[in-house]
Write a protein that binds this ligand. Structure first.
Ligand SMILES: [Zn+2]
Length: 217
């Protein structure tokens, strides 16, 4: 009843272009399903990542959608991203791993935002793929946001040794899928993957909602 009232008051919109969805549409409108900048191959390599998978390129409506999610706390977006990402992982044969984990935010950022946007997506992907999501990493120092730093080397330096494995027994000899929201230069994901590998992880791959169109340049 409450759900019905809610959908009358706030009819669902496309998470990318914000058009109202038709009855038969879920998460995305027909136009965006056909024309969103979908990633179709792993064009770039990122250090320490065996493979990576992204739904879209990070631009235009995709970028706006992710910014709305980050700054307006839209849990419905986490559900949609998680569902779409799980489907993509299955299509690309990347749904076979031992542990699903995510890039953590610092305590300070989590406290300021009141939620961890990447953890929320990871939990949905885990539910869709029927695997456990395990917190394996913690951020041990607060770093300025990567988005404010354009130089790739400076981004790597910004996150160097910023993460620690909570318990190496969780990751030793495991094939791990690391969730993040956006891959830009890959500095953060690579640093997390390096940290996991140094604690004995067998292999780390990464799944994100969007990847920068220019790769790790
Ligand atoms: Zn749309």
């Amino acid at each position: 009843m409450f759900h019905r009232l809610w959908t009358v008051l706030f009819p669902p919109r496309c998470i990318l272009c914000r058009r109202f969805l038709k009855k038969e549409e879920t998460d995305l409108c027909h136009h965006c399903r056909e024309h969103a900048p979908e990633v179709t191959s792993e064009k770039f390599k990122f250090s320490f990542l065996a493979r990576w998978c992204a739904i879209w390129y990070y631009k235009d409506d995709v970028r706006n959608s992710i910014l709305r999610y980050k700054f307006n706390r839209r849990q419905s977006y986490a559900d949609a991203y998680g569902r779409l990402l799980a489907m993509k992982l299955q299509r690309t044969g990347m749904d076979n791993f031992d542990v699903l984990t995510w890039v953590p935010v610092s305590f300070l950022r989590r406290w300021k935002r009141g939620f961890d946007q990447t953890e929320n997506i990871a939990l949905v992907v885990a539910r869709e793929l029927n695997v456990p999501a395990i917190r394996t990493l913690k951020k041990i120092r607060h770093t300025p946001p990567q988005s404010g730093i354009s130089n790739a080397a400076a981004r790597r330096a910004n996150v160097l040794n910023a993460y620690r494995v909570i318990d190496s027994a969780l990751v030793r000899d495991k094939s791990i899928l690391l969730l993040d929201d956006v891959l830009t230069t890959g500095a953060t994901a690579s640093e997390c993957a390096k940290t996991l590998c140094l604690s004995g992880a067998r292999e780390v791959s990464c799944a994100v909602v969007a990847v920068a169109p220019h790769g790790n340049k």
